[in-house]
Write a protein that binds this ligand. Structure first.
Ligand code: MG
Length: 377
C-alpha cells in the first residue's frame, strides 16, 4: 500500500483523483488538504478515512470536531504533511501558489510527486527541477498535454526528440473576433467546448494563457528549449500532444478528453491498468485538424512564452497578474480583454531578477497581487 496525500482534494482534479483511486488497488488515502469546501471535505473524510486533513482556515475546525482525524492548517500544515514520514505520494491538485513551498519540501524528502498544479513549475521551475534532480525524485505530470508527451517520450533520451507539439483546443472564443471578445463576460468564458475543469483554468483556456503556462511547464519538465516547443490548435481535443523525433517520426497520444486517464497514469507510471472506465475512444470517422494559433488575437500566449524565455521572476509576474485579473473578471469587475491589458502592463512595468531565490519569487508574487487589487478596481 502506498500512502497518498491529495493537496486540493475538493477541487476538480482532487475529486477526479479520488474517483480514480476508487477503482485502483494499492493506494491508501493518508491525507487530504482542502480550501473552503468543508462540506465536501467532510464527505471525503467519512468515505476515505484519512489520518490527517489540512484546511485553509483555522475557524473551520469546529466543523470537523466530530471526526476522528488530525487537523492541520494552511501553509504550515502543508509543510507538516511534506515532512511526514508516512506520506509516499503527493498529488498536487491545488489551484494556487499555496502548495509551492510544500511541494519543494516533499521533493527534498524524496516523495513521489504527481503534479497538476501549474504554479509550481511556472513560478519556481528552475528551483523545483534542480531540487528534484538532486534528490533523484521524478515529477510526473497530471496535465493531459504533459502526460501525453511523457507517454510519447517513453523514457527515450532527449537527443532523439526534436520538438514537443502541445495541442490546444483553442477554447470557446476560437472563432470569435476581437470586437466580439471585448464584451464577453465570465459566463461566456466558462462555456468550454471540450473539457470540464475549474473556473480559473477555464478562463485561462479562453485567453490561451493556460497554453502559455503549459509551454513553461513543458520547458522545465522535459528540459526543452522554448524554440523547440510548438503550440498547435486542435479543436477536436483528441490528440493530447505529440513529439517529433529526429528521424521525422511523430508520436501522438490520443483518447477521450478525460482527466481520469492522465491522473491514473501519473499514479501508476510507468505501468498501465484498466482502472476507471471512461467512454471508450473510437477513431473511426474522426477528422483531426491542426491549426496555427493566432497570436494577434491571443497575445497572452506569446507573452507567456516571452516571459518563459526571459526566465527569472518574469513567469511568476505573468502568473500573478493573470490570476488577479482572472478573479476580477470572474467577479464581473472587468471585461474580458482587460485581462490581457492588466497582464501586459504589469509585465512591462516590472524589472526582472535573474536566478531569484524562492523568497524573491514569493515577494514579487505578493506585491503584484496587492498592487493589482487596488489598480484594477
Ligand atoms: Mg492541460
Amino acid at each position: 500500500m502506498q500512502n497518498l496525500v491529495i493537496l486540493g482534494s475538493t477541487g476538480s482534479i482532487g475529486t477526479q483523483t479520488l474517483e480514480v483511486i476508487d477503482k485502483l488497488n494499492g493506494f491508501n488515502i493518508f491525507a487530504l488538504s482542502a480550501g473552503k469546501n468543508i462540506e465536501l471535505l467532510k464527505k471525503q473524510i467519512e468515505k476515505y478515512k484519512p489520518e490527517i486533513v489540512c484546511i485553509q482556515d483555522e475557524k473551520d475546525i469546529k466543523e470537523l470536531k466530530n471526526y476522528n482525524v488530525k487537523v492541520l492548517f494552511a501553509k504550515e500544515g502543508l509543510m507538516e504533511l511534506a515532512n511526514d514520514e508516512k506520506a509516499d505520494i503527493f498529488v498536487v491538485a491545488t489551484s494556487t501558489t499555496v502548495s509551492v513551498e510544500a511541494v519543494i519540501a516533499a521533493i527534498k524528502n524524496k516523495k513521489k510527486i504527481a503534479l497538476a498544479n501549474k504554479e509550481t513549475l511556472v513560478m519556481a521551475g528552475d528551483i523545483v527541477m534542480k531540487t528534484a534532480k538532486e534528490n533523484n525524485v521524478s515529477i510526473i505530470p497530471i496535465d493531459s498535454e504533459h502526460s501525453a508527451i511523457l507517454q510519447c517520450l517513453n523514457n527515450l533520451e532527449n537527443e532523439y526528440a526534436k520538438r514537443l507539439w502541445i495541442t490546444a483546443s483553442g477554447g470557446p472564443f476560437l472563432n470569435n473576433s476581437r470586437d466580439e471578445m471585448q464584451n464577453f463576460k465570465a459566463k461566456d468564458a466558462l462555456n468550454h467546448p471540450k473539457w470540464n475543469m475549474g473556473k480559473k483554468i477555464t478562463v485561462d483556456c479562453s485567453t490561451l494563457v493556460n497554453k502559455g503556462l503549459e509551454v513553461i511547464e513543458a520547458h522545465h519538465l522535459f528540459d526543452f528549449d522554448y524554440d523547440n516547443i510548438k503550440v498547435v490548435i486542435h479543436p477536436q481535443s483528441i490528440v493530447h500532444s505529440f513529439v517529433e523525433f529526429v528521424d521525422g517520426s511523430f508520436l501522438a497520444q490520443m483518447g477521450v478528453a478525460s482527466m481520469h486517464i492522465p491522473i491514473q497514469y501519473a499514479l501508476t507510471y510507468p505501468s498501465r491498468f484498466e482502472g476507471i472506465k471512461t467512454d471508450s475512444f473510437n477513431p473511426i470517422g474522426k477528422n483531426l485538424e491542426f491549426l496555427e494559433p493566432d497570436l494577434e488575437k491571443f497575445p497572452l500566449l506569446k507573452l507567456a512564452i516571452n516571459c518563459g524565455k526571459q526566465g527569472g521572476i518574469m513567469p511568476a509576474i505573468y502568473n500573478a497578474a493573470n490570476e488577479t485579473a482572472v478573479y476580477k473578471f470572474l467577479n464581473n469587475q472587468i471585461n474580458f480583454l482587460d485581462i490581457e491589458k492588466i497582464v501586459f502592463e504589469t509585465v512591462e512595468n516590472t524589472n526582472n531578477i535573474t536566478n531569484p531565490t524562492l523568497e524573491e519569487i514569493f515577494e514579487i508574487d505578493k506585491k503584484i497581487r496587492k498592487d493589482l487589487a487596488f489598480i484594477a478596481e
